[in-house]
Design a protein. Structure first.
Lengths: 107, 417, 998
């Protein structure tokens, strides 16, 4: 069971309180009614599904009920960071020790 | 290839089994092949076998980053059934069931296909409606599936609790008698042996690191941890790792990979004669020939390539098992494991050509690919050999996500009102 | 006397505290604190089981959880049978019934042993090569026979009377393993004030100190020291000591799962005490001190009862006071077995010989042996054994061959070295590393907040171990935030036991050139030659070898066999061991009872049961309930002797003739509030909300982004900035989630707040011509005349004095109201309304009648008449999709090519040619009933009922291009007949729709 840091509550809480909500930073096209079938497919169906660092959404369902973003390594299932919805995509770098960190956070 | 039989076994027994050949060759990769299959699971090995056997294409390599049969083929709960709702799905899975029946003889390898019956339990009025819809559709599609009363379900599977005071009482069940199980490792090994015998090169411990495309965009081969290997056609059959491989070819996929766990109990004498599944209380169970209860759990909620998952998922599954079969609470979990399942938006597979000439993909089987192994391999081989889909897999194309022509079995089951 | 092999003055049990139990019907006496294994050996019994495949007689191999052979059925009554219990772990209790398994008719005479004669045939993987002809024989003959022969114990047959419990806890430091290393680490960490949990699988702390009586700590016997430090720890407020507790899983982010055997060792456990308890521990730091497990020697006929691990023999002697034989030979490649031999000899037991496969043996050990009068044969091997149900003799040869000699012995104790217990470490996803010098796998770099210490870390020297453990404890506490310098100093300790020396794979005389039966995996009957056969057949991955031979797949999961199997395979492949690699360690470390994992999640607590506030009144009215999601909803209310059919007919008739009361509380309700509320609903629903006046209601449908119907419901506008949204019963949580998703992430600028109010309101639908008359006396502050509150309106006031939202709406086509009152008042209001309704001749009705009445009017139920593949147009709801709105969820998805293509299935009505015939829901529809299978199906029946009010059956269906087929005849093929149906519109009753305006 994962332990997840809710950026709104500021606490590490067990996975049971959260609901995974798919890939993050998938922007709903505006105006959506004007997009092509290809663009709709890309928006609604195509997913990065990376092996390694993934940007994903979670919702603190049984807590503050907020949606937020996370960066997690899908190989180790370790979280690199979580941040509030609407914030820009955080940049991640891997240190010489192989550990992924938010860019600028250093060792 | 030396034929397997009881006589051969008896002869070998007299000389300490020293005369058996290797079941498959372990050749060095050639410079190039007519077809490369990426992924030596049941579907991939089967594809190579049918390419060689039915289409005469024997200059084929199956490339595997680990050991053959080590992915979802060797990690699933081996359930076989074909009682799907939609015509497209029923045709695909029933094609597989027809091939299961006779696969041991075809491969000269006992894959232990055991049509002991798959029973799906209905626990509420909505389940009853959905299952009856399946049964009627299956009957008109020529797929066996029959309705059982709770009493009949109990007769078929004596450990089942049909008490009316259960939290979710059994209101009936849909039974497919031709459904059952098979021995998963034997499926991979049997296909590997038969394919190898027909000239297919199975190259293990060889990881694909790139897909090379020519100036015209068509596939030219794959880069691997053992160097470049050329190919006119490449079929990707890499389950949870499909996105990674297809990204190398520049094709973005409608897939997400989730951890799926399963477990077995300690072995006991025969107690459980069939396969039982319940979508509502959410678990499935059978008993292996070795005596272990084989129990499937749900997926974790997040995407992952870790081949592990949370105990709370196993716990939820065991809750369900013990709800349906209260006599099993004193049984013990012996071993659990995880696989990586690739899930499409409509939870139906993709068996398709791709926008890249010469590149084919077979993926998206989610939690239920094992049952389709022979059928999937058979029609995928056809698709690669002819450069066009077989009538059975034509609907399972990659472009259905553009048109909206989805095959959504799960949505058809809807949710309780 | 509790057994003839009990040595007076040896061991730590109290001889006077005897315990009586039975084994295969024989009444035996043990001592409190005995395991079943020690009690059996005390009584001279080694033969405890039969192997899986060959049914060979097997004895007790070990004194711990690694036991492959001694698996017993334990019970205290007919409903407490537990199969496959390891006799080496299970403590005896007064009245225990123990039965051997996998034998018939008896353990000493087992017909199944005939398999042993056929063992040349039953080589690894033989079943893949045969049993293929004739084809049908697999299902009908081979498989049933194989299944009957397989399995070990017998599954329980009755429901389990015992309870299981569960705790979640957090701690700063979790120490797994209560041996020397674990105890010192725990003590060092506890000193800082950090919260510490230390667990150990045995009843007492001490680990290897159970048998290592030569280890002295702070001047006293190690085991005594362990008990003292254990009680010290237990007395500290910040420490929890858990014995009989096995850590079986190491999960992500330092979640470690433990299972405690709470009461399985008591004769009469209190019913309130759980049998086992699951501990799910989230630790800041984990210290893994899981020790090491001794390996057996792989030589010919190494499986006779009486052949066991040296450390086990030492444990039985030093802890339980039991001699494993009277004449005990030793076979080893490791120093530690000498210590076992010396202890036995000093206890007065004959030790005829120590056979050591090594040529280079520590001179001190040889001298000690000589001093004790024990013959040592170095560079020798045991090459054969004799004895049917108990070892009689061993045959010994110099390594490499030569003249052999036979030595009589009733027990042989052995050691091929020690395998560090890396299960938990590996489960944490860290990698093991091969250490060439000590020839074993050791922990590499930890990947979680964890450290390994002691024997599992390969730390052999006692001094180094003490220091490592003390430092690990202090460091773990520091890293967990307890910076205060620990005053703890590791104790002084000394020990004579050495674990130097290792042999992996086949012992001399069982090599590839031989055909002897040298068992690697006892339980699964895997021999060295089986592993070689697998390699010869091309199984070059260790995972293939494991699966082909089943080595390591038995109930002990290869604790003694995996390394041997690996070494034999590596030898055959001519590759170094690390290149062949280990199989993955999976949870659990040892088998875990389903009940412990399920714990409270059984019966009523399997899933929460949701009941409306009015539930008790429904019960009093005799309602039959239906499960809808987690809800219990009244299905119908039969009068005495009434069938469901009759009850539903009566309810349907009564509602339309008079009136009926229906509990609609389970409908999902969401309060949508804020200045932009209407704007938000415009985006969520397909239709428009800006123009809806306060006090009015509207039916809305919502789509998913892909254009398919997601949910529907009536929405009332309470005020400019406040809407009362209703959803389907099952849809409530996901609709709120869907709305929150769009509100928070796509439209965050909208000033709107969403609150789930499903459980806050009780909803009583009063439907029928007399609906107004029923509610009239109770309503205050609302004019309920037709003009003042027309159909699809909502007003606030009071009902029975309770604050209420009164909806004028109908899902029956009748004049209707839905009374919403706070749930606390729900039952009182229902009872009051019902008292009056009853006087006026009305009825209560359940979900079944609700379904029939709405179908008579052609109202759909999302999830029944639609599934996740139906568009608004398919369902005939195009009128509810705004044409002019620039955006709403699904606006683009619904226009995709396949969603607007011709031939889609559309909702229609169906009337059977025979009005008495009721179609089956889910039945398929065809145009041509005479076509061959597979038939072209053009639709299916979604809803079908006997309509008492129409005097005939009615049905709804989705049919390809159905709206163009009005009046046409279609066919529903059933197993024994074909039913003719006519396609109609979906309104079957009161087509003009006048009744609703009452």
């Amino acid at each position: 069971m994962l332990l997840i840091h809710c950026p709104y509550c500021g606490e590490d809480r067990p996975e049971l309180e959260f609901r995974h909500a798919g890939e993050a930073h998938v922007v709903r096209p505006d105006p959506i009614s004007e997009i092509s079938d290809e663009e709709f497919e890309a928006y609604f169906f195509i997913r990065d599904n990376p092996k390694g660092l993934t940007y994903e959404r979670w919702r603190h369902m049984h807590g503050c009920a907020r949606f937020f973003n996370a960066v997690r390594d899908t190989v180790s299932d370790k979280f690199v960071t979580t941040y509030k919805a609407g914030n820009p995509k955080v940049e991640i770098e891997r240190g010489e020790d192989g550990i992924a960190r938010v860019k600028g956070d250093g060792q | 290839m030396r034929k397997y039989s009881i006589f051969a076994v008896a002869r070998e027994a007299m000389r300490g089994h020293r005369g058996w050949d290797k079941q498959w060759r372990s050749p060095e990769p050639k410079k190039s092949y007519d077809v490369i299959i990426v992924g030596a699971g049941g579907h991939g090995l089967g594809t190579a076998y049918y390419l060689a056997k039915e289409h005469g294409i024997t200059n084929v390599a199956v490339i595997e980053k680990g050991w053959l049969g080590g992915g979802n083929t060797g990690r699933n709960t081996t359930i076989i059934r074909s009682n799907y709702l939609y015509d497209e799905s029923a045709a695909l899975y029933d094609h597989a069931v027809k091939l299961w029946d006779g696969l041991s003889q075809d491969l000269n390898y006992n894959v232990m296909y055991s049509p002991r019956g798959v029973m799906m339990l209905a626990h509420n009025v909505h389940d009853v409606q959905v299952f009856k819809r399946h049964i009627h559709a299956n009957r008109l599609n020529g797929v066996d599936n029959e309705w059982l009363t709770p009493g009949e379900a109990k007769d078929y599977c004596p450990p089942l609790n049909i008490s009316k005071t259960a939290r979710y009482p059994v209101m009936g069940a849909a039974l497919q008698r031709r459904g059952g199980t098979a021995r998963h490792d034997a499926v991979a090994w049997g296909y590997a042996r038969a394919a190898s015998d027909l000239g297919v090169d199975i190259i293990q411990n060889c990881e694909v690191t790139g897909v090379r495309r020519g100036v015209n965009g068509a596939v030219e081969g794959v880069e691997t941890s053992r160097g470049f290997i050329g190919a006119r056609k490449v079929g990707v059959v890499a389950a949870g790792n499909t996105t990674t491989i297809m990204d190398m070819a520049g094709v973005r996929m409608p897939l997400e990979s989730y951890p799926l766990q399963a477990l077995v109990s300690e072995p006991v004498k025969p107690i459980f004669p069939c396969v039982v599944m319940s979508n509502t209380v959410h678990a499935y169970i059978s008993q292996s020939d070795k005596g272990e209860l084989v129990i499937g759990a749900g997926t974790d909620q997040y995407t992952s390539y870790s081949q592990t998952g949370g105990l709370h998922i196993l716990s939820h599954t065991l809750d369900a098992i013990c709800e349906m079969f209260p006599i099993f609470t004193r049984m013990r979990m012996l071993r659990s494991w995880g696989g990586i399942v690739d899930v499409t938006p409509d939870r139906s597979p993709i068996l398709s050509k791709t926008p890249v000439p010469g590149l084919f993909v077979n993926c998206g089987w989610g939690t239920g690919g094992f049952k389709a192994t022979p059928g999937s391999a058979h029609v995928f081989a056809h698709t690669i050999a002819r450069d066009e889909p077989h009538a059975i897999n034509a609907p399972f194309s990659l472009d259905r996500f553009r048109s909206g022509r989805l095959i959504d079995e799960a949505a058809a089951a809807a949710v309780a009102h | 006397m509790s057994g003839t092999n009990r040595i007076a003055g040896k061991g730590r049990l109290v001889p006077a505290r005897t315990v009586s139990f039975t084994f295969d019907g024989r009444r035996l006496t043990g001592v409190e604190g005995d395991t079943l294994a020690s009690a059996l050996i005390a009584n001279g019994i080694h033969l405890t089981g039969r192997s899986f495949k060959y049914h060979r007689p097997r004895g007790i191999l070990s004194a711990g959880p690694e036991e492959p052979n001694a698996l017993i059925d334990i019970s205290r009554s007919s409903n407490t049978h537990t199969p496959n219990v390891r006799a080496t772990v299970q403590e005896v209790f007064e009245g225990m019934t123990a039965q051997s398994q996998n034998r018939w008719p008896s353990l000493s005479f087992d017909v199944g042993a005939v398999n042993n004669l056929f063992s040349p045939i039953f080589a690894a993987g033989f079943y893949y090569k045969t049993f293929m002809w004739p084809k049908a024989a697999w299902k009908h003959f081979y498989e049933p026979n194989i299944r009957a022969a397989a399995g070990l114990g017998v599954s329980p047959k009755e429901p389990d009377p015992d309870r299981y419990a569960n705790r979640f806890i957090h701690c700063d430091v979790l120490v797994v393993g209560g041996g020397i290393a674990g105890l010192i680490a725990a003590r060092a960490a506890a000193e800082t004030g950090a919260s510490v949990v230390v667990c150990d699988e045995q009843p007492e702390l001490g680990g290897a100190l159970h048998h290592e009586i030569d280890t002295r700590i702070d001047g006293q016997e190690g085991f005594v020291w362990a008990q003292e430090i254990g009680s010290e720890l237990a007395g500290m407020d910040n420490v929890r000591v858990l014995t009989r507790t096995t850590a079986f899983a190491y999960q992500a982010q330092n979640m470690v799962d433990l299972v405690e055997r709470v009461s399985e060792h008591f004769a009469n456990p209190d019913k309130l005490v759980p049998r086992e308890r699951l501990w799910q521990v989230r630790a800041r730091r984990v210290i893994v001190a899981t020790g090491a497990i001794e390996r057996h020697m792989v030589f010919a006929q190494n499986d006779r009862p009486g052949i066991m691990l040296a450390s086990a023999a030492r444990t039985y002697l030093n802890h339980y006071g039991v001699a494993v034989g009277s004449n005990v030979a030793v076979y080893t490649a490791n120093d530690s077995a000498y210590r076992a031999a010396f202890d036995l000899k000093q206890a007065g037991i004959a030790v005829p010989v120590i056979v050591d496969a090594r040529s280079d043996v520590d001179a001190g050990l040889l001298a000690e042996a000589e001093a004790l009068g024990i013959q040592v044969l170095t560079d020798h091997a045991v090459v054969d054994t004799k004895g049917g149900l108990r070892l009689k003799s061993v045959r010994i040869e110099r390594v490499g061959g030569g003249k052999s000699r036979t030595v009589e012995a009733d027990a042989l104790i052995m050691s091929a070295g020690w395998t560090p217990t890396l299960h938990l470490y590996s489960q944490s996803r860290a990698k093991v590393v091969w250490d060439e010098e000590s020839a074993r796998f050791l922990p590499g770099k930890a990947v979680q907040e964890m450290v390994t210490i002691g024997a599992c870390n390969g730390t052999d020297a006692l001094d180094a171990l003490l220091e490592e453990a003390a430092n690990a404890g202090m460091e773990a506490a520091r890293l967990a935030g307890f910076a205060g310098a620990s005053g703890y100093r590791a104790p002084d300790a000394e020990s004579l036991t050495s674990r130097r020396g290792a042999l992996m794979g086949a012992a001399p005389g069982a090599g590839p050139e031989t055909t002897v039966k040298a068992f690697v995996d006892y339980q699964n009957d895997v021999t060295a030659k089986d592993i070689r056969l697998a390699v010869r057949e091309g199984m070059h991955s260790i995972e293939h070898v494991k699966r082909f031979t089943t080595n390591g797949m038995a109930t002990d999961q290869g604790k003694t066999s995996n390394i041997h199997g690996l070494a034999i395979a590596a030898d055959m492949l001519d590759k170094p061991i690390p290149q062949v690699g280990l199989t993955t360690f999976r949870l659990p470390y040892t088998p875990v009872t389903f009940g412990a994992i399920v714990n409270h999640g059984r019966d009523r607590l399997f899933d929460p049961t949701r009941k409306t506030a009015i539930h008790k009144s429904h019960e009093a009215l005799g309602a039959v309930f239906e499960d809808v999601g987690q809800w219990k909803r009244p299905w119908y209310y039969p009068k005495a002797g009434e069938t469901m059919h009759a009850a539903v007919d009566r309810e349907c008739r009564t509602v339309r003739e008079t009136a009926g009361l229906f509990d609609a509380s389970t409908l999902g309700k969401i309060e949508v509030v804020g200045p932009d509320a209407a704007k938000f609903l415009d985006l969520i629903y397909t239709n428009g909300w800006q123009k809806l006046a306060p006090g009015r209601c509207k039916y809305g449908i919502m789509l998913r982004e892909d254009g398919f119907i997601y949910d529907d419901g009536v929405v009332g506008r309470i005020a400019e900035d406040r809407f009362h949204v209703t959803t389907t019963t099952g849809g409530a949580p996901r609709v709120l989630h869907h709305m929150e998703d769009y509100l928070q992430t796509e439209f965050p600028d909208l000033r709107v707040w969403l609150t789930s109010t499903t459980d806050q309101w009780s909803v009583i639908a009063v439907q029928g011509p007399k609906a107004r008359e029923i509610i009239a006396p109770f309503v205050e502050g609302i004019d309920i005349s037709n003009e003042a509150i027309p159909h699809m309106s909502v007003r606030e006031g009071t009902v029975c004095g309770a604050p209420a939202r009164l909806f004028r709406m109908s899902f029956t086509g009748e004049l209707g109201f839905e009374v919403n009152v706070p749930a606390d008042y729900g039952r009182a209001v229902w009872d009051a309304l019902w008292a009056r309704a009853q006087d006026l001749g009305a009825c209560t009705y359940g979900t079944e009648t609700m379904h029939v009445l709405r179908a008579e009017k052609g109202y759909i139920i999302v999830g029944q008449d639609t599934d996740g593949t139906v568009t608004a147009d398919d369902a005939g709801l195009s009128w509810a999709v705004a044409k002019s709105k620039p955006d709403f969820v699904g606006i683009r998805g619904m226009k995709r090519p396949d969603l607007v293509a011709s031939g889609r299935k559309q909702l229609v009505g169906l009337l059977t040619a025979d009005p008495k015939q009721v179609l089956e829901e889910g039945a398929q529809i065809v145009a041509d009933p005479n076509q061959p299978v597979p038939m072209k199906m053009i639709g299916h029946v979604t809803s079908s009922y006997w309509s008492e009010n129409c005097g005939r059956s009615i049905a709804m269906a989705v049919v390809a291009d159905g709206r163009a087929l009005m009046g046409k005849t279609l066919y529903v093929p059933m197993p024994h007949e074909v039913i003719k149906v006519e396609v109609t519109d979906t309104v079957f009753f009161d087509k003009e729709g006048d009744r609703i305006n009452g």
